[in-house]
Design a protein around this ligand. Sequence first.
Ligand code: GLA
Length: 331
Amino acid sequence: MSCQVQSLWEAYKDFFPIGAAVNAETVKTHEELLIKHFNSLTAENEMKFSSLHPQDGVYEFKDADLIHDFAKRHNMKLRGHTFVWHNQTPEWVFKNEDGTSVSRDLLLERLKAHVHDVVKRYGNDVYCWDVVNEAVEDKTAQYLRDTKWLEIIGESYIQKAFEIVNQAAPEAMLFYNDYNECVPEKREKIYKLVRTLKENGVPIHGIGLQCHWNIFNPSFDEIQRSLEKYASLGLKIQITEMDISVFTFEDQRRDLTEPTAEMIEKQASLYAKAFKLFREYKDVINGVTLWGVADDKTWLDDFPVRGRKNWPLLFDVEHNPKEAFYRIVQF
Ligand code: GLA
């Protein structure tokens, strides 16, 4: 990799921190890129409930500690991801010993204990938390997603979660985080949820837009409309999980061994337009995180088509900057 390449986080130091999702492996295999280009980290899986607390009374902090240490050593910010989610939360959390469902009070107690233990370990080194992830339903007209949290606690689980985290970590910025954030029907629901929380005095400070996009979708118009709408809430916005797949969600093709020139161009153009827009919103946006570091390791290699290679990030499989990288650092 050429030493002449400009540092991404330095290029953005007057705008917002630039983050990457990492795991216990990529902090080693992608160390050079991380140190040079990023000044914020999110644990890809290691701070989720099931990773940290797989069994009642059993904590596994090893991998999260590794990421935490790396961030500290390199003076990077650390986002916390995530406390309340319908995925990657172990079954024991919702069950009594006899297998019956826990009471509302016990579930809240368990969440509180978990949050306190995690916050005790990482303290203010985690400067913001995705308190609730993906609570809004996006396949039907229903408002909130059916989850164990909703079923056992009721709609107030979202408010309660923010209060619990705020009590444990009064200095941290607290976010609601979701995907398909630019799809009009879902955008309305996310907006409604966050607005209601804010109006009810719930300690929420920001909205996390995952931004798992592809080169065809969402349209730039829809992205612009979405940012404008979310910004009108008067809270901070973070782009939390950005990547731009070269395939539409429905596209099942498996024949490509490398991205076409057209894909790379379309991807670069969307990254460039999006980052220009993010810069225009620098007073509202206080973090932009990519969901990975380089194309050799991305969750999209397994989703939605298992084992099909994808190339969604700013650095290629050999860790060299892609066209998208050059377009976002030169402005
Ligand atoms: C969601 C979650 C992330 C991650 C991605 C897929 O967006 O918020 O933690 O699991 O899915 O990797």
